[in-house]
Design a protein around this ligand. Structure first.
Ligand code: HAM
Length: 436
């Protein structure tokens, strides 16, 4: 039998767990700073929750099986359908807007590659009940503040945006049939990860003419280089009117979101028409955060999904949110030397320099008193020399040692040694414990 975990699954030895804990702490701190409250749901859900809402890509990656009661169930591959289901169930009584966050472990049977595993932890931050663009801006600010809180800067990461409504206007303006839009979105979603001629072939397969494909590529490039100045005049009055409409939509969106996020966020955001997101439920502004060097997959992705609550059986409330995974983020932080594990230090190691029963009892009793006072404490289970006990103390990263000296077990006097500085003091246990 192998001692390794399944492919794509991780063992969290204490060092890795400490890294994961540090990340989760930053996630919680920032989400709470924005007033989001934490929730959780079940890791196993009815399979149809995903087949109905998530879209093909994720459904193809489900860990799905029939349980002993004959139900079709799946390990959650994402949190949004659970979130929508939970909010829908109590939509009438929950105060609006709903602002919740969660840190679920998610499961997708993916082809394993850098930054992609078969399980990951994902910060989910979502808002329900707010149609205005201020909520979209709030979410991006929150995601970017997570980056800042981890020590990343706008030189390290960039948030790329688009708006599915604007993109569909542009495509319809190029006379791309509405029915072809989902196929075009799927091509754009992979645009930066495949050569252009592959994208062009796929667009042709989706029914686009060469002229339509060229026009779309030109728009993508224009938006990337100018941040939005799109839709050249064609001389055709009807087309130019439609083009102007697109331009107006883009401008309004840009001014709005730019103003809301203010100057500090401006360096962090960029328009990019190829951001469409792989999931089926997005309806409006969508965004993804990437490392600037372009070496990794997206760190974070999200957007507006105004129809999802109704589709989940709830009232027709607008929703939006993002998911930020721990795998890519941890790689990025490690690359930049910013991974700081939460390794808790032990407050005290209690040691004795004698082998007598009195000393052993004293050690256990002091440890017990310190633990009841809320301190973290360890001591050796078996007697060994004081030097070895102190070595064990430093391996355990203890800050101080409490030493019971030979013959002093009954005296109530102990030596407290600072293991960082080596300073020692002799104290009366009773009065010292109160302030230890
Ligand atoms: P997603 O784009 O599928 O969105 O995932 C969000 C992030 O989770 C990705 O950018 C990536 O960092 C991480 N992630 C996803 N799959 C894996 C994987 N197999 N291995 C490692 N990391 C992964 C969603 O899941 C949406 N439900 C997010 C959302 C919340 N939208 C609205 N609210």
């Amino acid at each position: 039998m192998s001692t390794g975990a399944l492919p794509g699954f991780r063992d969290f030895y204490p060092q890795e767990f400490a890294e994961r804990a540090a990340l989760a702490r930053s996630w919680r701190d920032v989400a709470r700073r924005y007033g989001f409250t934490e929730y959780d749901g079940p890791p196993l859900e009815p399979t149809e929750l995903y087949t109905k809402k998530s879209g093909e890509e994720i459904v193809g990656q489900l860990y799905a099986f029939t349980d002993k009661g004959g139900r079709a169930v799946a390990l959650r591959p994402e949190m949004t359908p659970t979130f929508a289901r939970m909010v829908a169930a109590r939509a009438n009584t929950l105060p609006k807007p709903v602002r919740w966050f969660s840190i679920p472990q998610l499961f997708r049977y993916e082809r394993q590659q850098r930054g992609r595993l078969r399980e990951h932890f994902q910060l989910n931050v979502d808002i329900v009940g707010e149609p205005g663009v201020r909520a979209d801006a709030e979410l991006v600010c929150c995601a970017l503040d997570v980056m800042r809180s981890l020590g990343l800067t706008s030189d390290d990461v960039v948030a790329r945006f688009s708006d599915r409504r604007v993109l569909s206007l542009i495509l319809l303006n190029h006379r791309v049939p509405r029915a072809a839009l989902p196929a075009v979105y799927a091509v754009l979603d992979k645009f930066h990860r495949q050569p252009r001629d592959v994208s062009a072939e796929k667009l042709a397969a989706a029914g686009l003419t060469t002229a339509q494909t060229d026009a779309l590529f030109a728009d993508v490039d224009t938006v990337a280089s100018t941040g939005g100045g799109i839709s050249p005049a064609t001389g055709d009055a009807a087309e130019d009117r439609a083009g102007a409409e697109v331009l107006a939509a883009i401008e309004q969106y840009q001014t709005h979101i730019g103003a809301l996020m203010g100057a500090p966020a401006r360096d962090w955001v960029q328009w990019d028409l190829t951001i469409v997101r792989g999931l089926a439920y997005y309806t409006g502004i969508v965004f993804e955060i990437f490392d600037r060097r372009g070496q990794l997959r997206a760190v974070c992705g999200g957007g507006r999904y105004d129809g999802l609550l109704a589709a989940a059986g709830g009232p027709d409330l607008p929703g939006l949110g993002f998911g930020m995974g721990d795998v890519v983020l941890t790689e990025l932080l490690r690359d930049r030397g910013l991974l700081k594990p939460d390794l808790a230090r032990l407050d005290y190691w209690v040691a004795a320099d004698a082998v007598d029963a009195g000393s052993a009892l004293a050690v256990a009793s002091i440890a017990g008193q310190l633990r009841r006072a809320g301190r973290s404490v360890e001591y050796a289970f078996r007697w060994s020399s004081l030097a070895r006990q102190l070595k064990a103390a430093s391996t355990a990263h203890a800050r101080r040692a409490v030493i019971v000296k030979q013959g002093a077990a009954g005296s109530g006097v102990v030596t407290v040694k600072d293991l960082d500085t080596g300073d020692e003091e002799t104290v009366r246990l009773e009065s010292w414990i109160a302030q230890a």
